[in-house]
Design a protein around this ligand. Structure first.
Ligand SMILES: [Zn+2]
Length: 291
């Protein structure tokens, strides 16, 4: 029902003697907007406004339903209720057309208190949508530099004095970028996420770099598994990107690693896999990776 036909209909109903028990335009607006056009039935929650194809208009598929019915014989009708109460915001709930019909016909199942709970829950849900949304955007912005730095990091660091350059992104050492990222997350109350970044930074600093520093001239270290794991942790666990976005990254990364690996092997270098057991051997003073 469009808003204007809704109003004509209300007018007709009023003339027929419902005595102003229908919602006015302002109440309908509040009912609709307080739940952001979402159907209040918790297992439905569909949007009740859609773009009309080929025009600049919309199609509406929702309605303001009465919790306690407006007319004798209607669902959950209470004869003791005044007109004013009946048409008040308190007595309304925003539903999609399907759910509105369902709660009207199956009124024994959908008692007033059930509908009141739906209304409250949906308002809370809508509120959480907007806060989650802006928090997530904030989180993504804060994590982005750390994630980029990690992506810049070569999956096959090699021997020699150039090693440290592989650990820099945009001229900054990756450890500094991580430190900064961790600090910003913490300051913005993303403590769990700050912890994740700290863990990754520590692994890089205390487990991978010591191994890299001891690489012998013919060796490159393959840290691609570690790198893919931590990128996944940041992309999906922290930034909540989709699995597909991560897989797309993986495919591209795999191509780069493969090409680089081929290149160093053709030049007679050896690629040794990184694993954490190797690190403890290094820490105990063992100086050469096991081939
Ligand atoms: Zn619905």
């Amino acid at each position: 029902m469009t808003e204007s036909t809704e109003l004509r209909w209300h007018g007709r109903m009023n003339q027929r003697g419902r005595g102003g028990r229908e919602f006015d335009r302002e109440t309908i607006r509040k009912l609709r907007e307080r739940v952001a056009y979402i159907c209040s039935y918790p297992y439905c929650r569909r949007l009740t406004v859609h773009l009309q194809t080929g025009t600049d208009d919309v199609v509406r598929t929702g309605e303001a339903a009465h919790i306690l019915g407006a007319a004798p014989g209607s669902a959950r009708y209470d004869p003791g209720m005044s007109n004013e109460e009946c048409r008040s915001f308190r007595n309304g709930i925003w539903l999609c057309n399907i759910c509105a019909r369902k709660v009207d016909v199956d009124w024994r199942k959908y008692e007033p208190d059930v509908l009141r709970r739906w209304k409250e829950d949906t308002e809370v849900y809508v509120e959480s949508l907007s806060t989650q949304d802006s928090r997530l955007r904030q989180l993504r912005a804060l994590v982005a530099p750390t994630l980029s730095a990690l992506r810049y990091l070569t999956a096959l660091p090699g021997p020699g004095p150039n090693l440290d350059q592989t650990y820099s992104a945009g001229g900054l050492p990756i450890s500094r970028i991580f430190l900064e990222g961790e600090q910003l997350l913490f300051e913005n109350s993303f403590e769990r996420e700050a912890g994740t970044v700290l863990e990754i930074a520590d692994e890089l600093e205390y487990s991978i770099r010591p191994v890299c520093r001891r690489l012998m001239d013919p060796q490159y270290l393959d840290i691609s598994c570690w790198k893919n794991d931590v990128v996944k942790k940041l992309m999906i666990d922290v930034m909540q990107f989709s699995q597909q976005a991560y897989e797309r990254y993986l495919r591209r990364e795999a191509q780069l690693v493969k090409a680089f690996r081929q290149n160093v092997e053709e030049r007679g270098y050896m690629v040794v896999p990184f694993n954490f057991e190797r690190v403890s051997l290094f820490r105990d003073g063992w100086s050469e990776p096991n081939r």
